[in-house]
Every structure is written in structure tokens, then in C-alpha cells.
Design a protein around this ligand. Structure first.
Ligand code: ATP
Ligand code: MG
Length: 360
């Protein structure tokens, strides 16, 4: 009954390009999976990105940010498009996304990358390697060399021009990302690998020291350490790393899976709602044609349930439904290969809904 159902408020930010198409499909899947687990969702759809610019003159209206902050989780489609590419910086759709991340104070970026058995052929890895790929990069998002001071241009002691940046991490910044990584590893296979460059960098030596200290709170998680140059060749398990290494490793991880339309992401803070979105952009080349692969957004909705709300069962329902739909041969154009059934965004959504319903 509705009086005993758990209720969550979800902010939907469809955004631009294929964003509205994939969000509308993901919303239905989220709704069904949740209701089968006795969960009730109240959705609020708000303008964001280029759509918000056209409507209100800014890429992130105050009302959108306030609604997002007051909700339990935020699901974003994609933002941007040719139309606004020449806008000034503060009037670019992408600026709205930076403002949203700052406003929600999300400092941990979770990027899973796995090669699903059904899509091994689509991977750019060798078949025997691709089969085992199932990893999660937990990237620190708000510190490190991209933000550290001092930074700038100047001259060295020989009077030559230089450019410089600084990698800085405070204990609290490492501790909080480490905790999120340990919690994430717990929800996966109980293994965590911290990636650094502690043989060369003091900031990395400190990183390693803090991660080891936090590990005492998680005796059930097996912690290992690896230098980043090594990690680039051995991506596996759950990885926790700084901003710049995470930037590189998460992009590498998504490239090797070979299917941008399949990959979800989550950005989490200490408290307050997390932000969940597909890693792909607004794909203006296929927008409005019902060709977009909605699975990255559907899997982002599963992350919303698992990492945002702790509703693991409902999340697993969605993950299983996606696998089942692929097993039944349904493919959008981006992951299509001979012998499969080519479908559009809406039809793919309908098929996932059928799988959610039957796999109880
Ligand atoms: P960003 O917006 O992050 O700068 P981008 O504009 O380079 O990225 P995307 O918008 O992700 O990239 O599109 C890159 C290519 O991948 C395009 O050809 C696009 O059609 C395709 N693509 C992206 N997402 C999907 C999807 N969900 N389904 C099918 N094709 C997709
Ligand atoms: Mg784009």
C-alpha cells in the first residue's frame, strides 16, 4: 500500500540532443523496477543546459539547482549541441553542468566499465581479454593538480619561461574519497586497488598513507596498491585514484569497452543527492531520430538505485533486465552486429520494460 511504500524524490534533467529521448525511456524503467520493490518515485523534470538557456537565458536556473539539491537523487540526460557552441563561456550549456556539480558538492566520480559477454565483439580489446573486463574507476573530482596552487606561468632561475601546476591533497579530501571507494568495493567483489605514483610523488605517498589508514575501517575489503603506469595495463576490480589519473584511466576504460552508448556514471558527495548520467554526450548527429542507445542512461538509473539510494534489489532488477534484453538479441545501431534485431531508442526501452517485468 502507498502508506508503507518508501518514497523518493527524483530530479530529472533531460537536457539537450538525445537527452530527452533516453531520459524518458529510463524514467519508465526506473518506475517499474522501483514499484516491483515497493518503492515510490516522485519525479520532477527541470530545464538544464541548452534547453534552459533557450527558456531562461542561463544554463542552470536557480530553480533547477534548488530542486536538485532538495531531491534524493538527480538523473541527467546529456547537454550541449552545435546551436550553443559559439556562446560565451558563462552562456555555454557545459558551464551549467560544472555549476550543478559544484552546487551538489559531488567529489567522487564512479565510472564502471565492463565488457558484457553479449558485446565482446564490439570491444576494441582482444576477445580473450575483453571477456574478463569488469572494473570501476572511483575518481577524485574536486582536488589535485587541476585545482592545486601555486599554478601559473613565470620564469625559472635561468630566466626561461615556465608553466607550472601543483598536485595537492589534504587528508580530508583523500579520506572521504577513500571511504566512498571502500563502500563501492564492498558492493562489488570486495577488492580495492589504489592507484598512485608513490615511487615519485610526495602527494602520492601521502595519498597511499591516508588510504591505508582508512582501510582499518574496512577490514572486509582487500586493499592493494599500484603505480599508475602499471594500472594502465591491468585494469580490474575497483580502482580509487586522484583527479588526473582518474581522468585518464576512466577514459581509457570506456574506450576499450567499445560502446559509449552503454556506459553509466555516478557522482557522489558526502551527503545530499548524487548525480547520475550516461558518459556519452548529447549526440546531436542522431538527436530526434529515435536512434539513441538508452542503455547507458538505464544503467545510470540502476546506479542511482544502488549507490544513490542503497536500493540494491531494484538496481539488480534493472541490470538483469538489460542483460536479458541483449540476450534476446535487441540492439540499437551503435552496438548492432549481424544476426541481431535492430531497434530504436523507444523499442529498446519497451523490451527492457518487458524484461524487468518478467524477471522477478
Ligand atoms: P561530449 O558531449 O562529451 O563532448 P561528444 O560530443 O564528442 O562528447 P557524443 O555526444 O557522446 O560525443 O557523441 C559521440 C558519438 O557517439 C556520436 O557519433 C554519437 O552519435 C555517438 N553516440 C553517443 N551517445 C550515443 C548513444 N547513446 N547511442 C548511440 N550513439 C551514441
Ligand atoms: Mg557533445
Amino acid at each position: 500500500t502507498s502508506s508503507t511504500a518508501k518514497t523518493y524524490n527524483i530530479t530529472l534533467l533531460p537536457g539537450d540532443g538525445i537527452g530527452p529521448e533516453v531520459i524518458s525511456v529510463a524514467k519508465n524503467v526506473l518506475n517499474l523496477a522501483a514499484s516491483l520493490e515497493g518503492i515510490e518515485f516522485k519525479f520532477k523534470e527541470m530545464p538544464m543546459g541548452g534547453a534552459a538557456l533557450d527558456l531562461t537565458g542561463v544554463p542552470l536556473p536557480d530553480e533547477t539547482l534548488e530542486t536538485a539539491k532538495q531531491s534524493d537523487a538527480v538523473l541527467l540526460g546529456a547537454i550541449g549541441g552545435y546551436k550553443w557552441d559559439k556562446n560565451e563561456k558563462h552562456l555555454k550549456p557545459e558551464t551549467g553542468l560544472l555549476q550543478l556539480r559544484a552546487g551538489l558538492k559531488v567529489f567522487a566520480n564512479l565510472r564502471p566499465a565492463s565488457v558484457l559477454p553479449q558485446l565482446v565483439d564490439a570491444s576494441t580489446l582482444k576477445k580473450e581479454v575483453a571477456e574478463g573486463v569488469d572494473l570501476m574507476v572511483v575518481r577524485e573530482l574536486t582536488g589535485g593538480i587541476y585545482f592545486g596552487k601555486p599554478r601559473g606561468f613565470g620564469t625559472n632561475e635561468n630566466g626561461e619561461e615556465i608553466g607550472y601546476n601543483t598536485e595537492v591533497y589534504a587528508a580530508y579530501e583523500i579520506d572521504r574519497i577513500a571511504r566512498i571507494a571502500f563502500e563501492t568495493a564492498r558492493k562489488r567483489n570486495g577488492k580495492l586497488c589504489s592507484v598512485d605514483k608513490a615511487n615519485v610523488l610526495e602527494a602520492s605517498m601521502f595519498w597511499r598513507k591516508r588510504v591505508i589508514a582508512i582501510a582499518e575501517e574496512y577490514p572486509d575489503v582487500e586493499l592493494t596498491h599500484m603505480y599508475v603506469d602499471n594500472a594502465a595495463m591491468q585494469l580490474f576490480d575497483t580502482i580509487v585514484t586522484n583527479n588526473i589519473f582518474g581522468d585518464i584511466l576512466s577514459d581509457e576504460a570506456s574506450m576499450i569497452t567499445g560502446s559509449i552508448g552503454m556506459l553509466p556514471s555516478a557522482s557522489l558527495g558526502e551527503s545530499g543527492p548524487g548525480l547520475f548520467e550516461p558518459i556519452h554526450g548529447s549526440a546531436p548527429d542522431i538527436a530526434g531520430q529515435d536512434k539513441a542507445n538508452p542503455l547507458a542512461t538505464i544503467l545510470s538509473a540502476a546506479m542511482l538505485l544502488k549507490y544513490g539510494l542503497g536500493e540494491v534489489k531494484a538496481a539488480e532488477r534493472i541490470e538483469l533486465a538489460v542483460l536479458n534484453t541483449l540476450d534476446r538479441g535487441f540492439r540499437t545501431g551503435d552496438i548492432y552486429s549481424d544476426g541481431n534485431k535492430l531497434v530504436g531508442c523507444k523499442e529498446m526501452g519497451e523490451e527492457v520494460l518487458k524484461s524487468v517485468d518478467t524477471k522477478t
